[in-house]
Design a protein around this ligand. Structure first.
Ligand code: B12
Ligand code: SF4
Length: 564
């Protein structure tokens, strides 16, 4: 087949998501992060966001052939798209969506027998995939290199990063707001090799760099800023701060250009500690996802670290902390699992992700449990981390308990900590106040930023820090963005302690910014009203035994001419 006759369709699995049917489950399968896995059980307070299937756009940008990305298609969109004529269909999928892929490939085989089918993504780890799904090629691990090799695109070309608006949608208290950010994926995989971690094992316990330098990350920020006006970025790199040189260079360029972008990213506790909170604030990290996993400190990344103190320090400097933890370790029984949940809640982070321990094929955990004969015969469609355990647990045998305790953990965090939105508002506000005061102090006392030592040090003469006022301005804006939602947070609070807490945050805002202008009061009233409508809709959904409103991302279709 000549290049002239080749055209690739890159597709995600078809909608609906988070709806139980012949092809997938509802539990844990919404196309949303916050509502599905982080602020679950927070009802009307849960921010609602959906993200694109990033790999598709990245792959389409990096081959020399023409292609189309079809993201979130409904079945009829997929069928219609195939009629446009493709030589290859490349599908990205994760394990629990395997039956959707099966349906897609069966349809292609039946109606377009000449089309070659390529599968990629984490779903490819399913051991007996070939018995379930009929495909031609399987791409395991990093996909850009694989695709370029497969289609004969030069491997010497630098990776072209897609410029994408993120999230796809954004609702706060039921009100649709404009998405303003973008997304960057500087690398995939992680060297830490925690035994349960599929994102490490999938890339052979290595980190594969896509944007290796601070300059290359900054260039993507610049392009996204020019094309979309984006100033904030979700950075999908498992351990962003581990790559010290890149992070430092990124900060140096932002300082030189006096152009402070902000980032939401992931890092392990050891790397946060190493890089330090001062560095993170300067670099504009506004939210960090940290795996704490268990109070038993089973993983090297948390050993010897006082997590509570670390998180307190981060929050005091305006960095919102999302701690993720695993339920149903072997050492968990009906008492210790509660202690573990309480321990995570007491870490007092803004957000917590709870997930059931899930042995995904190819991980060390899977191998260990397999050797012990403890892997249960559960269909991959159930491997979402929110349902029945896929292994025989010494103390929890009933599937109902696996679901129930996970749900309870989310509820506990909500009832103890109050709405996440109020906590994030408080962190952003306190950070702005603190960082501003620290800046004033440093300027008065001639303390200057030492890039090498990643800390402030005394200088013999005064040096103006022209960058920090700009950074502080972004922090102020961030804090103010949360403020209008606080009245709704108060009104829909679940209990008296939550109401008291939200009220204290409202007062803190008034102390810093005064009572607020008319526009703020109008926004707060609108959110209260839209929150009320959302609340009624949630109750209505509960009548039908759904946890809440299940939203679907819109179909996204994008054509690519091919890399020149
Ligand atoms: C963003 C994300 C989401 C978004 C999904 C956005 C979307 N439209 O799909 C949200 C938050 C909605 C989400 C939801 C879920 N997710 Co999710 N998610 C991620 C996350 C954090 C990043 C994925 C990403 O985009 N990375 C950036 C891109 C560039 O990298 P990549 O996807 O790895 O792609 C590279 C290669 O894998 C490969 N590749 C990928 N696809 C293809 C296709 C082809 C044809 C080829 C050649 C190559 C290829 O090439 C790419 C470049 O190298 C990963 C964890 C992680 N850090 O990777 C989890 C992850 C993918 N999610 C996972 C899971 C389980 C879920 C959920 C079930 C909920 C949950 N329990 O976590 C739901 C399911 C939703 C659904 N209905 O499908 C698991 C998958 C495990 C598995 N083995 O299947 C992961 C790995 C998290 C984890 N550690 O458990 N998720
Ligand atoms: S540090 Fe995080 S990303 Fe890295 S291997 Fe451990 S769990 Fe996975």
């Amino acid at each position: 087949m000549s290049d002239m006759s080749k055209k690739v369709l890159f597709a995600s699995v078809f909608a609906p998501y988070g709806v139980k049917n012949r092809y997938a489950e509802s539990l844990g399968m919404q196309m949303e992060l916050m509502n599905n896995q982080v602020t679950r059980q927070q009802g009307v307070h849960s921010p609602r966001q959906s993200y694109l299937s990033f790999a598709l756009y990245l792959l389409a940008e990096n081959i020399h052939l023409p292609s189309t990305v079809l993201d979130f298609p409904r079945w009829k969109d997929f069928v219609k798209e195939l009629k446009k004529g493709y030589s290859h269909v490349a599908i990205s999928f994760i394990v629990p969506n395997v039956l959707k892929v099966k349906r897609m490939t069966e349809y292609i085989r039946k109606h377009y027998s000449h089309v070659k089918i390529i599968l990629g993504g984490y779903g490819t780890v399913i051991p007996n995939l070939k018995e379930m799904v009929d495909y031609d090629y399987l791409s395991e691990g990093e996909g850009v290199k694989w695709m370029r090799q497969f289609f004969g695109t030069s491997l010497d070309l630098p990776v072209k990063h897609p410029i994408l608006r993120n999230p796809v949608y954004n609702y706060i208290y039921g009100l649709k707001t404009k998405a303003r950010g973008s997304v960057i994926f500087p690398g995939v995989g992680c060297e830490n090799a925690c035994k349960f971690c599929i994102t490490s094992h999938y890339f052979k316990k290595e980190h594969v760099s896509l944007l290796p330098t601070g300059q290359s990350v900054y260039d993507v920020c610049q392009e996204a800023n020019q094309r979309l006006g984006a100033k904030t970025f979700m950075v999908l790199d498992e351990n962003f701060l581990k790559h010290e040189q890149r992070a430092r260079e990124l900060l140096q360029i932002m300082e030189k250009e006096e152009n402070p972008y902000s980032f939401v990213t992931f890092s392990s506790a050891e790397n946060i500690k190493r890089m330090g909170v001062d560095f993170m604030v300067r670099c504009g990290i506004t939210r960090i996802w940290v795996g704490v996993e268990s109070k038993m400190n089973l993983h090297d990344k948390t050993k010897g670290i006082d997590l509570r103190a670390l998180f307190e320090d981060l929050r005091a400097h305006g960095i919102i902390v999302l701690a993720s933890t695993i339920l149903f370790h072997d050492h968990h029984d009906k008492d210790t699992i509660k202690e573990e949940i309480d321990w995570v809640c007491e870490l007092d982070t803004d957000l917590v992700q709870f997930m059931n321990y899930t042995p995904i094929p190819t991980t060390e955990l899977y191998r260990e449990l397999k050797e012990q004969g403890r892997i249960k015969n559960i269909h991959p469609r159930h491997l979402s981390g929110a349902g029945e355990l896929a292994f025989d647990h010494p103390h929890f045998k009933k599937a109902k308990d696996h679901e129930r305790l996970l749900r309870k953990a989310f509820r506990r965090k909500y009832l103890k900590g109050g709405p996440a939105i109020a906590r994030m508002a408080q962190t952003a506000l306190r950070g702005y106040v603190r960082v501003d005061a620290d800046y004033e102090y440093r300027q008065k006392n001639s303390l200057i930023w030492d890039s090498e030592g990643r800390s402030y040090k005394k200088s013999d003469f005064f040096v103006e820090d022209a960058f920090m006022p700009k950074r502080i301005e972004t922090m102020k804006r961030e804090a103010l963005r949360y403020r209008p939602g606080l009245i709704a947070a108060l009104f829909f609070s679940p209990n008296r302690s939550s109401r008291r807490y939200v009220m204290s945050v409202i007062r803190e805002f008034s102390d810093v910014f005064g009572r607020g202008k008319f526009s703020f009061k109008l926004q707060a009233s609108i959110l209260l009203l839209s929150g009320g409508i959302e609340w009624i809709r949630i109750q209505f959904n509960r009548v039908f035994r759904r946890e809440g409103i299940i939203r679907q991302p819109p179909v996204v279709r994008k054509e690519y001419q091919g890399l020149k």
